[in-house]
Design a protein around this ligand. Structure first.
Ligand code: DON
Length: 576
């Protein structure tokens, strides 16, 4: 199998990843200072930790009015589509993991789908090579947005019933209609992403000043068209987005920009409830996102491998070394097996089993790193067949929500659908445009993740709830493309193995390996002895920023403790 998965061209990967990383954290550089400590915030009844403060407070107010975690997630999710336009969205998609007080675990897949006219060759150039211009920067990259369907489904089935959708959307509508003052993070991001947005007058109209330059910190962002679209959804439900004038405007905008989405593609979109990925780790229960996210499977696979080591008593450097070895193996499996579960058969029970992990563990040498090329993706499995944003919420009733959603790049493809005010994604770059050609995050894939009509591209988003004695213990997730799964892994192990408080668990410098390229990335600020140990084991190590933002909540006897990830400015942990 490894012959079919060729090494990534690292130079290209590095440039692309730096691009992707710069999108998430424009101010970051290789000389970035070590990560500031996260601030822990304690609350007795309920808590929201989100990347944007206005939306986080709207979530908390919903909880204070007696809403449950799903109500708060819906209010926060729609609000962030207004207040955090680089990643909060109704023009993209995502995943929601819910734990209900009664014990039920739910996952909602509202990932974008490829329009019916997309096929395996859609993102190739005339020579048959992957063409990143097409999959990242053109309107062909736009997937059918899933967020409205996902949030509406969550509310209808799992909301408290105390609020109408219109009531939960009212703050978002008011913010879009009346405007709000741009804060640092969006204002920092806009000049960086301006060349992309500037390609379309409809985008300049929303995010630019009269002289055509981007809005700056302190300016007011008013989005009247978006307010109208949100009001239509509030009144008539998701039908107002997927059919009729709004859908027509989206399809017209995409087609005018050279894309292939039709009104029928929108009409055919459905959010899907899927069976959660479950695992256990040292007595805790892991509930995470199944395909089309790779997150849950890879997370459980890595935890299963690591459970065989006494990590708590390993020196930190050795602990992180063992972790990178687990990462290589799980990401190799990701590249080989995973894709849209409605189209490809994925051996989920096997990949998430303790036995499979034991086989992988047996291939790990505690003193010598395995080269990526020596890892046969798939092990012994038989054919049995910055931009994204994460928020975590817990309520007074025992419900919890982990939600990650995205436009892919910061401000997506940069196109606002004229008249509808909706910023559109470039999610279809998450397909493997061609086998062995890396996507923007350097991730490889094969046929399982080939582009195809109606397909959902494979994701790394990993909204996760860890249960202790059947109750929410840790709620976490992150943006960061390929970095996401490993960020979540390290928050979980920092808490469970190292006994760290949530603020330390979130801010501790991390390591990252994704199989190919065959490099361990160590986050700026990591201790020198860790880098030295990884090098001594034979790994090539690069120290650099790893832009993620794992906004997390830990339930403790002293209350809910939230930590907004200090790596990205603007996040807030708030509770009552
Ligand atoms: O679904 C995925 O895996 C990616 N589209 C997520 C992109 C992301 O996290 C961007 N943030 N850096």
């Amino acid at each position: 199998m490894s012959n079919r998965l060729m090494p990534a061209n690292f130079v290209r990967w590095s440039a692309l990843c730096l691009l992707a990383c710069a999108l998430l954290a424009p101010a970051a550089s290789a000389q970035a200072p070590a990560i500031a400590p996260a601030q822990a915030v304690t609350a007795e009844h309920g808590m929201v930790v989100a990347q944007e403060a206005i939306a986080a407070r709207i979530g908390v107010e919903t909880l204070q009015k007696g809403g449950n975690a799903v109500d708060a997630a819906v209010a926060t999710g729609f609000a962030m589509a207004v207040t955090y336009p680089r990643a909060g969205n109704i023009g993209g998609g995502g995943f929601m993991v819910i734990h209900r007080a009664g014990g039920e675990d739910i996952t909602i897949d509202y990932r974008e789908t490829a329009p019916a006219a997309i096929n395996a060759k859609s993102f190739l150039d005339a020579q048959g090579n992957a063409d990143p211009q097409k999959s990242r920067n053109s309107a062909l990259a736009i997937g059918v947005p899933g967020t409205v369907a996902g949030l509406a489904l969550a509310e209808e089935k799992y909301g408290s019933g105390k609020f109408t959708l219109a009531q939960l959307m009212a703050p978002a509508i008011a913010l879009a209609r009346d405007g709000f003052t741009l804060a640092d993070d969006t204002a920092d991001a806009l000049p960086h992403d301006w060349p992309k947005l500037q390609r379309w007058p409809s985008s300049v109209k929303v995010f630019g000043k009269a002289d055509g330059t981007p809005l700056a910190e302190g300016d007011k962002l008013v989005q009247p068209d978006l307010a109208e679209t949100l009001a239509a959804i509030a009144k008539d439900g998701p039908r107002a987005f997927y059919q009729g004038p709004v859908a027509d405007k989206i399809a017209a905008a995409v087609q005018a920009a050279g894309g292939v989405m039709t009104a029928d593609d929108l009409k055919n979109y459905h959010a899907v409830e899927r069976v959660p990925i479950r695992g256990t780790y040292r007595g805790y229960h892991i509930v995470s996102m199944p395909p089309p996210s790779s997150g849950g499977i890879a997370l459980v696979e890595m935890l299963n491998i690591l459970e065989g080591y006494d990590l708590a008593h390993e020196p930190r450097a050795q602990e992180l070394y063992l972790m990178t070895e687990a990462m290589k193996r799980a990401y190799a499996d990701r590249a080989w097996f995973l894709g849209d579960p409605d189209v490809v058969k994925i051996p989920i029970p096997r990949l998430t089993s303790k036995g499979y992990a034991a086989e992988w563990r047996a291939s790990i040498n505690p003193a010598h790193a395995t080269a990526a090329d020596d890892i046969r993706a798939g092990g012994e499995v038989r054919e049995e067949g910055h931009n994204t944003t994460h928020f975590s919420i817990i309520d007074q009733f025992g419900n919890a929500v982990a939600n990650t959603y995205t436009l892919n790049f910061s401000f997506g493809v940069g196109l606002v659908a004229d008249g509808a005010g909706i910023l559109l994604n470039n999610e279809l770059d998450d397909f493997a445009a061609k086998a062995n050609s890396p996507n923007a995050y350097g991730l490889l894939g094969d046929e399982a993740n080939a582009p195809g009509p109606g397909k959902r591209p494979l994701s790394s988003m990993t909204p996760t709830i860890v249960l202790k004695d059947g109750k929410p213990f840790l709620i976490t997730g992150s943006p960061g493309g390929s970095l996401i799964i490993n960020a979540v892994l390290q928050v979980v192990t920092n808490v469970i193995d190292r006994g760290m408080d949530i603020a330390s668990a979130v801010s501790a410098p991390r390591v990252h390996n994704q199989w190919k390229p065959d490099i361990v990335f160590a986050e700026t600020g990591i201790a020198d002895d860790i880098v030295a140990t990884l090098q001594a084991r034979g790994d090539t190590v690069m120290v650099r920023p790893l832009p993620t933002s794992a906004n997390s909540i830990l339930s403790t006897p002293a209350g809910f403790i939230g930590a907004a990830d200090p790596r990205t400015r603007g996040a807030l942990a708030a509770g009552y």
